[in-house]
Design a protein around this ligand. Sequence first.
Ligand SMILES: *[C@@H]1O[C@H](CO)[C@@H](O)[C@H](O)[C@H]1NC(C)=O
Ligand SMILES: *[C@@H]1O[C@H](CO)[C@@H](O)[C@H](O)[C@H]1NC(C)=O
Ligand SMILES: *[C@@H]1O[C@H](CO)[C@@H](O)[C@H](O)[C@H]1NC(C)=O
Length: 364
Amino acid sequence: MNMVTLFFLFFCVHTRLSASTSSGYDKIFSFGDSIADTGNLLHSGALANPVIGSLPYGETFFNHPTGRCSNGRLIIDFIAEKYGLPYLPPYLQVAKSLKSKAKHGVNFAVAGATALDAQFFYDQGIGGILWTNDSLNIQLGWFKRLKSSMCTTKQECDSYFKRSLFMMGEIGGNDYNYAFFLGGTITKLKRMVPLVVETIISATSIVIEEGAKEVVVPGNFPIGCSAIYLTLFETQNKTAYDGNGCLKAYNAFSKYHNTQLKLALETLRQKYPRVRIIYADYYGAAKALFHIPHHLRLENALSACCGGGGPYNFNNTARCGHIGSKVCEDPSTYSNWDGVHLTETAYRHIATGLLDGTFTSPPI
Ligand SMILES: *[C@@H]1O[C@H](CO)[C@@H](O)[C@H](O)[C@H]1NC(C)=O
Ligand SMILES: *[C@@H]1O[C@H](CO)[C@@H](O)[C@H](O)[C@H]1NC(C)=O
Ligand SMILES: *[C@@H]1O[C@H](CO)[C@@H](O)[C@H](O)[C@H]1NC(C)=O
């Protein structure tokens, strides 16, 4: 990137910031997977000894594990900070005392969750690989239960949701991850995309029908730049990699999903013209981490901070937190945390790009 483009980028960011008209939010409701989970998987008890319940998870910011799949804060935490709200409590932790604990919203996201129902994967004979059955539909069920305990009449509910921000994801990434890791080909998985997109759109319609006025719907990440994909699908074929060392075909797959999602959101906007339906370009926001890592003071763009060796420090038999893995000295110089998830530093960069409007359309 040359100086002129850089200047232009900053200029855009600057003007968009000053043009922001948002009056802020008093509640956030978040759905999704490990990118946004602030403790639900841990509380669900789905896994016997989940590594995310031990250090080094949480070491950087919270100084103890919280169930977040990172060393520190996630995108959703930075969004909460920006609006002066407390970090979102995981639904499963506060389900028994919603009235007092859900004043500023709740997080329904569960690490490992899929957009499609778990049954879909069981029907394909690959259900055994799921970490959790708490797919988007289950999370929506939790949301409806929460709603019924917070308000009853339409008027009450409208007022309860008036200044709420809904985050519908990121979700769907795992639907593809599970299938890719079990040997699914890109051609075959492309057939899943309409199903996954339709499920995300349907969930978005449901929260709108229930009263949401502002919904952010994120796309998928550049998975071809992820240490786990780079390790599992490593190839001698040099033309398979782009200039940043990412796997082109897997990034193209993410873009394919994102294009379908954006098209479907356009239709949804026509159906609900009074609702702000915001696309969050997680792909674009994360791509900068791999495109201009040194500019962001990231010494290590592609290899994981915490892992068990190999060219990208991702080793499936010695994943972060397991015997044989080691954690890097300074996670703030890494994008990738454990091979699959990103570091707090990376999530902060992404959140900044969303909140300043560069990677949200229309801006949050
Ligand atoms: C998910 O559902 C399947 C089938 O009903 C069940 O066998 C499995 O134990 C469930 N998994 C979890 C983590 O709850
Ligand atoms: C190498 O990768 C490129 C880009 O993905 C692909 O088009 C080509 O078929 C691959 N070549 C071989 C020999 O696999
Ligand atoms: C991956 O981890 C296993 C178990 O600790 C170890 O035996 C193996 O050498 C590691 N592989 C690499 C490439 O570091």
